[in-house]
Design a protein around this ligand. Structure first.
Ligand code: SF4
Ligand code: SF4
Length: 380
């Protein structure tokens, strides 16, 4: 059985949060069950972009600080590291408050800028991960619970994609193409190459809507922890009201026969899940809608059933960030206008995730627009 612990935390006030994290980890044996004296411990928060903590794009710095302090007290030599999607590591760390968290907890920051070549055992034979990540004795994964345009939800497993350094992320998107299943498999194979010792999810303020970069903060007041990120994500999806069949990572974990992929594999501890108010996250408008149509019909109606990115000319300043990040090179800027080649677009939504101005919007096909209108969903 995979143990997943849940506890409540009203907010990010440091002393209350510290008590909440201690309580959260109790059923798992406490932090000392994971760290021995002298071990090099790497904390891996979500540092997607240079955004203030209240926007819920990144893991809250108070949680990073509390876990860093606990890990140091347990004897660990602690570092905090990631490879942000955009904006430069130092700038992201400063803006999202993680520089302060590092300073205040006496912890070093480490940018993932050097990779090691690793041999995969599954679909992907060769994977490069950040050296600082791979060579740490223990990883403590600190994801933020958010919706995600390509994977529906980002939490513990998806957060480990940050171990792929910088621009190499785009190459992986390109390899997986528009297949969410294949991309999910890649994420699961990355997780298996270097398993985190512990996953602690920041779901105190999570993100719903058009995550992971432009959604809306939603207060859940929860922390979730466990050794197995697949199990942790299954529970995170449940508290967010996202059905498991909309989560490609969970579906792929089931098909790979991974432990923790089924509810019956999981033992829940701490706050009983039935006492958590039922909630249904608003999902990103770019998420695929399954209509159960026969394949040939779905193919014929593809342009009407699909969402594609489109820059809002009133907001877009033609900075080129999305064009440079687009894995298949589907974005061009010419004659003071940005255009997206829908035939090349693999719908990875990196452009939306990385646009610093929230200018990349979603243009949905006609049938999709009608359905969204009927269901009251806002277009992004
Ligand atoms: S959509 Fe955003 S990232 Fe792309 S060029 Fe416009 S402002 Fe820059
Ligand atoms: S246009 Fe945007 S969604 Fe399409 S492939 Fe490029 S980055 Fe991905």
């Amino acid at each position: 059985m995979e143990t997943v612990s849940i506890t409540t935390s009203d907010g990010y006030e440091l002393s209350n949060l510290r008590q909440a994290v201690i309580k959260l980890l109790e059923p798992l044996g406490g932090i000392s069950a994971f760290i021995s004296s002298g071990e090099r411990v790497l904390l891996k928060p979500n540092m997607l972009a240079a955004k203030e903590p209240d926007l819920a794009v990144t893991t809250h710095p108070a949680l990073v600080r509390v876990v860093a302090e606990l890990a140091r007290e347990a004897g660990g030599i602690v570092q905090i590291g990631d490879s942000p999607g955009i904006g430069g590591f130092a700038r992201v760390a400063e803006k999202c408050g993680i520089s302060d968290a590092a300073r205040e907890s006496g912890t070093a920051l480490v940018e993932f800028d050097e990779a090691v070549d690793l041999q995969g055992n599954g679909t992907f034979r060769s994977i490069r991960l950040a050296r600082a990540y791979y060579e740490a004795d223990k990883i403590i994964n600190l994801p933020k619970l958010k919706t995600h345009e390509m994977m529906t939800m980002t939490c513990a497993v998806k957060n480990l994609f940050g171990a792929v350094i910088g621009a190499e992320k785009a190459a992986w998107h390109l390899k997986a193409g528009s297949s969410r299943q294949l991309f999910a498999r890649l994420l699961l194979e990355i997780y298996q190459l270097k398993k985190p010792a512990l996953n602690i999810v920041d779901a105190i303020t999570a993100m719903e809507g058009n995550g992971p970069g432009s959604g809306d903060p939603i207060k859940l007041g929860l922390l979730i922890a466990g050794v197995n990120p697949v199990a942790v994500d299954l529970i995170a999806g449940r508290v967010a009201g996202i059905p498991a069949d909309l989560l490609p990572i969970e579906q792929e974990a089931v098909s790979m026969g991974l432990p923790g992929a089924l509810f019956e594999d999981i033992q829940l501890c701490g706050t009983p899940v039935e006492t958590i108010p039922e909630i249904r996250f608003r999902l990103p408008t770019g998420v695929d809608v399954q209509f159960g149509l026969p394949h040939f019909l779905a193919r014929t109606l593809k342009s009407h059933l699909t969402s594609y990115p489109a820059a809002d000319p009133d907001i877009c300043i033609l900075c080129g960030v999305c064009r440079d990040a687009c894995p298949p090179g589907a974005i061009t800027i010419k004659n003071s206008a940005l255009s997206v080649d829908n035939a090349r677009c693999i719908r990875c939504w990196c452009c939306r995730e990385l646009c610093p101005y929230d200018a990349m919007k979603i243009k949905s096909g006609m049938i999709l627009r009608v359905l969204m209108l009927l269901s009251g969903t806002k277009n992004g």
